[in-house]
Write a protein that binds this ligand. Structure first.
Ligand code: NAD
Length: 306
């Protein structure tokens, strides 16, 4: 089978070598499309591909319609908001992610961001310590749980909420269940967001939740920029001079936020939460193994478009 690895932001070389080894040993052919500039390049490249490995690359109806032989897409990572799942189902294409494979990288970034903001973006101003502060984790999945464990080790009090997890699971994961999302925000010096971007979550965090946070609080977003209501965030930061926002990746109104609020806001210019050699390798190799297994045995364990 022909497997296309299409990555506008390429994997580390060691990950590409590993992907190639797994797939070639399983009898497949690997083609690479890296750093492509236009969506049309992806549309052209998928024509004869039977499998596709992507990162944040966009798999739209147009891509799927052009990929007549495609059977499986594996998104090397967690979020699948860059894939049109309905269209994939319509075209009979299985879509998988590689859950958990890049979570540690993202969790380390979330912790780093909390310290960075507490120390006023590493400027000489007097900062504060995260030890002894309360961290609220919004969604206790693979990343959220790891952030909680690391924060606890750093002396933070950790609370969490997840509408799809019973309170016992949150306790088992080492956090205190929050009574509600509102209570989580109102009672946390830091809130770290780990919800997926879905029609329900997009734009769901705005002025009301953000301004309910206690004095000096910081909102940390390593999920998707789309889950934030950006106008609400801007209004909240304008009204409350003590609040801070840090994100991977920049909101659309970042230039304005930076100009108005200076060191109270920070965003990475390019999404980099999973951009570690380890996460690249883990997610890339998992994607290759899942494809080899799918063709060998029909295993669809990580399918997300059922
Ligand atoms: P996960 O699937 O392991 O966990 C997501 C959690 O969100 C689950 O526990 C689920 O119950 C909960 N959830 C689902 N729908 C929800 C909703 N409507 N409201 C509230 N909670 C909901 O995913 P993860 O690996 O922890 O990653 C979380 C998100 O972080 C991803 O969806 C992705 O958008 C983002 N992410 C970013 C980077 C990065 O590079 N910055 C890397 C990986 C993941």
């Amino acid at each position: 089978m022909k497997v296309l690895v299409a990555t506008q932001k390429p994997f580390a070389k060691v990950a590409v070598d590993g992907i190639r080894k797994i797939l070639e040993e399983a009898g497949h052919e690997v083609a690479l499309l890296e750093k492509y500039e236009a969506q049309a390049d992806l549309v052209a490249a998928v024509a004869d591909a039977e499998a596709l490995i992507i990162r944040s690359d966009k798999v739209t109806e147009e891509v799927l319609a052009a990929a007549g032989k495609l059977k499986i897409v594996v998104r090397a990572g967690a979020g699948v908001d860059n894939v049109d799942l309905e269209a994939a189902t319509k075209h009979g294409v299985v879509v998988m992610n590689t859950p958990g494979q890049n979570s540690n990288a993202v969790a380390e970034l979330a912790i780093a961001m909390m310290i960075f903001m507490s120390r006023t973006q590493f400027t000489p101003a007097t900062g504060s310590e995260i030890s002894g502060k309360t961290l609220g984790i919004q969604a206790f999945g693979n990343v959220g749980r790891l952030v909680g464990a690391k924060a606890k080790a750093l002396g933070m009090k950790v609370k969490a909420i997840d509408p799809f997890l019973p309170a016992e699971k949150i306790v088992e994961g080492g956090a205190e269940p929050a009574e509600s999302l509102e209570a989580l925000y109102a009672g946390s010096d830091f809130v770290s967001i780990h919800i997926p971007a879905t029609p329900e979550t997009i734009g769901s965090i705005g002025y009301k939740l953000i301004t309910s946070m206690p004095k000096g609080a910081t909102l940390v977003n390593t999920a998707r920029k789309e889950v934030i209501d950006e106008a609400g965030l801007e209004k909240a930061l304008a009204e409350r001079e003590d609040l801070k926002y840090v994100a991977d990746v920049a909101p659309d109104n970042y230039a304005e936020l930076k100009e108005k609020f200076g060191l109270r806001v920070f965003a990475t210019p390019k999404k980099m939460g999973a951009q570690t050699a380890e996460a690249n390798i883990n997610a890339g190799l998992a994607a290759a193994r899942q494809i080899a297994d799918f063709f060998a045995t029909g295993n669809t364990r990580f399918q997300v478009n059922k």
